[in-house]
Design a protein around this ligand. Structure first.
Ligand code: ADP
Ligand code: MG
Ligand code: MG
Ligand code: MG
Ligand code: MG
Ligand code: MG
Length: 674
């Protein structure tokens, strides 16, 4: 969540005239913190997760499951509970031992959807391996505390999207008529968004800047009885309330796509994000670059989004839908019209896979960078003049091609260099899959990197497993000085691939062949023995060949488990696999047996998801729908199916006996059901 300052939010025509001022002041604030923080050293390797919930109302007797719009009341109840009592919440360590002290209590945050809730641990996690075991019970505790501050029939669930958000009829509690002045959606009411002025303004100004509503079109899944060509039966072509009602008459809703028209369809999705603190600026830049190519792989592995607006989609993840749901580009920026008033054509939405590498690592070859990167040259010059190096100046000059969307008039009176509000205005509305977070204005914490692509998982066990895996692979990257660089445009391609149904099982992703420059090739052996000794302080110059020779297509199974396990392709180099690398990292450090065993269960989940032995949530949800007696093989996910799906998800989230009763859960979790 960005800042929730109060004030007078400007409508787009006014905000537009102030955009230059916000950018200029944002750059001054950035340089201020840059000069203060660039030499910061020895910050601890802290990290933290963010988990997002949908809040639903559900009861066995009620035929409908609905989104509860009580975010504000729930947050107020949480805020007024000074002790955030754990009454009724007894999370234990995974081995069943001591309960956790809840100190400081977890933090709950608002989110875009009025049916959403975000939570983070009370303080970031530390470097100790033992602390990794606290993540899962802490996530369970957070879920339990959230539930404790809800009505008896309300539940926090970790589905990425509500299956019938925007379907005809009632899908929220309370229910409101659709098509308000802010969103102008024909499917969702304005009341779907957090009422804080920031959020409706964000939605309205994105729409206004674009000159039409956002168009979130997702290919529909074609089942046996799905009429073809398929016309989204929920689209109303006869509305005449807002000028934007013309959008669908002008072709916004093509055949064979589920059509959605509002920011809520994207920003109403839940995800799992991890923020790492680096010891210094350079390490932060290295982490940013090295984690970037992992983004699409983890997106595919966490796939959990097969349903939109009551229909099965032909894609498995949320990413592109959010991208479209906040795409504020003008027709000129989109390349639909010649440039007249917009400054440049922009190839990506402000929510997209990232477009820059930022490290000064000598292994970063110029060929990896995006040759078509759009930057604001004046901003870049200001940053260079302010003492920033070329590569980082390029990164920020790229982020700053965007306009600020929400501007509060009160903030434009005096430039306050003891704040970073104008910088954050642009920075935090560049929703890329990695975010490089400079220290806050008071310089109290270090340079951080956020890993943002993962889909939220149904259970805290899975969310903890993916969080812990990301922490361990990050430490392995730093410890072994691993090199994951591939051309950034290949990362973009991978991001598209990650959307395909069952991409984990069926698709291949561009991935670097050799992660160890010192060894020339990762041949011979599992990789488990090689990296431990491969940390080189002075790297021998690597042989420079064509960039295309440095990477190849690999399955997620090969990438995660290695070719020795997955079975490689004929004639291809062996690849060690990320899990074996993590294992050899763990071998190289002191981890007690209990901790190591528990970490092994987390790694085992990742391993089995990658091999297909266990299913992604997306695949599992599809099966729940397909096997439902109500399902007519026509791609329609009815209210009844939704209710039964959500009922299962609630039981699974609760864990224990409730979860064990859910038929078919072994496909998702195997023996990890607990
Ligand atoms: P945002 O929504 O802007 O990404 P949040 O405050 O919601 O940020 O979440 C940031 C995460 O970073 C939380 O899990 C928090 O515990 C964690 N965190 C806070 N301080 C640090 C730090 N110094 N180093 C690493 N992680 C931190
Ligand atoms: Mg969030
Ligand atoms: Mg957050
Ligand atoms: Mg956020
Ligand atoms: Mg924030
Ligand atoms: Mg975040």
């Amino acid at each position: 969540m960005g800042l929730l300052a109060l004030g007078t939010a400007l409508d787009w025509p006014d905000a537009k005239t102030k955009a230059g001022q916000v950018r200029a002041w944002g750059i001054k604030q950035l340089l201020e913190i840059w000069n203060k923080a660039k030499g910061k050293e020895r910050d601890a390797m802290l990290w933290g997760d963010e988990v997002e919930y949908l809040v639903v109302t559900y009861s066995k007797d009620d035929p409908k499951v609905l989104l509860s719009l009580r975010q504000a009341d729930i947050l107020a109840a949480l805020a007024s509970d000074k002790k955030l009592s754990t009454a009724g919440c007894n999370p234990v360590l995974p081995d069943g031992s001591q309960p956790l002290a809840n100190d400081p209590p977890p933090v709950f945050h608002p989110e875009f959807g009025r049916f959403m809730l975000e939570t983070t641990p009370g303080k970031p996690w530390g470097i100790e391996f033992k602390e990794l075991l606290n993540v899962e019970p802490n996530m369970k505790l957070r879920r339990c505390i959230a539930k404790d501050h809800m009505l008896p029939n309300e539940f926090p669930i970790t589905l990425t999207t509500f299956p019938r958000l925007g379907s005809p009829g009632v899908f929220t509690e309370p229910s409101y008529p659709v098509s308000g002045p802010k969103l102008r959606s024909q499917f969702v009411p304005d009341e779907i968004a957090n009422p804080h002025i920031r959020f409706p303004t964000l939605a309205a100004n994105i729409r206004s800047r674009r000159g039409r509503k956002v168009q979130v079109n997702v290919p529909v899944f074609r089942d046996e009885n799905t009429p073809w060509p398929w016309k989204d039966p929920t689209v109303n072509y006869d509305l005449h309330q807002w000028p934007e009602d013309d959008d669908v008459r002008n072709g916004a809703a093509p055949d064979n796509f589920i059509h959605m028209d509002a920011m809520a369809f994207g920003m109403g999705s839940c995800c799992l994000q991890i923020t790492f603190q680096a010891k210094n600026l350079n390490e932060g830049r290295q982490m940013y670059d090295q984690l970037s190519p992992l983004g699409p792989i983890l997106l595919a592995l966490t796939a959990a989004t097969p349903i939109y607006k009551g229909f099965l989609a032909d894609t498995d993840v949320r990413w592109n839908q959010i991208s479209k749901a906040v795409d504020d580009r003008t027709p000129e920026e989109l390349g639909e019209k010649p440039l007249k008033t917009s400054r440049w054509r922009i190839p990506k939405s402000r929510y997209a896979s990232n477009s820059t590498y930022i490290s000064e690592d000598s292994r970063l070859r110029p060929e990896y960078l995006d040759p078509n990167l759009v930057i604001d040259p004046e901003i870049k010059q200001q940053l260079l003049d302010g003492g920033m190096d070329d590569r980082l100046a390029t990164h920020f000059a790229h982020l700053f091609i965007r306009d600020p969307i929400v501007i509060f008039n009160e903030d434009l009176e005096v430039l306050d260099l003891s704040k970073t509000d104008h910088f954050e205005n642009i920075q935090s509305t560049n929703w890329q899959h990695m975010r490089f977070k400079p220290p806050p204005a008071d310089n109290s914490i270090g340079w951080r990197v956020e890993f943002r692509p993962m889909e939220i998982q149904i259970t805290d066990f899975e969310n903890a497993a993916f969080s812990v895996f990301m922490v361990l692979i990050t430490r392995a990257i730093l410890s072994f000085d691993l090199n994951f660089y591939i051309p950034i445009t290949r990362v973009d391609e991978n991001m598209e691939t990650a959307h395909k149904r069952d991409a984990v099982l069926n698709d291949k992703f561009w991935f670097r062949r050799n992660l160890f420059p010192a060894q020339r090739a990762a041949r011979g052996g599992s990789g488990a023995s090689s990296p431990a000794g491969s940390r080189t302080n002075s790297r021998p110059p690597s042989p420079i060949g064509p960039v295309e020779d440095e990477y190849r297509l690999m399955s997620v199974n090969e990438i995660i488990n290695g070719t020795a396990y997955a079975g490689g392709s004929e004639g291809e180099d062996e690849f060690p696999g990320l899990i074996p690398l993590v294992e050899s990292y763990l071998d190289s450090v002191n981890v007690d047996v209990t901790t190591r065993c528990q970490l092994a269960t987390y790694l085992d989940l990742i391993r089995k998801r990658a091999s297909g032995e266990l299913w992604t949530a997306a695949r599992w949800i599809r099966k729940v729908v397909a096997e439902h007696p109500e399902y007519k093989k026509d791609s329609v996910v009815s209210e009844e199916i939704t209710k039964d799906l959500v009922g299962k998800v609630i039981s699974i989230g609760e864990g224990g006996e409730a979860a064990k009763g859910v038929k078919g859960l072994e496909d998702l979790l195997g023996w990890f059901v607990r």
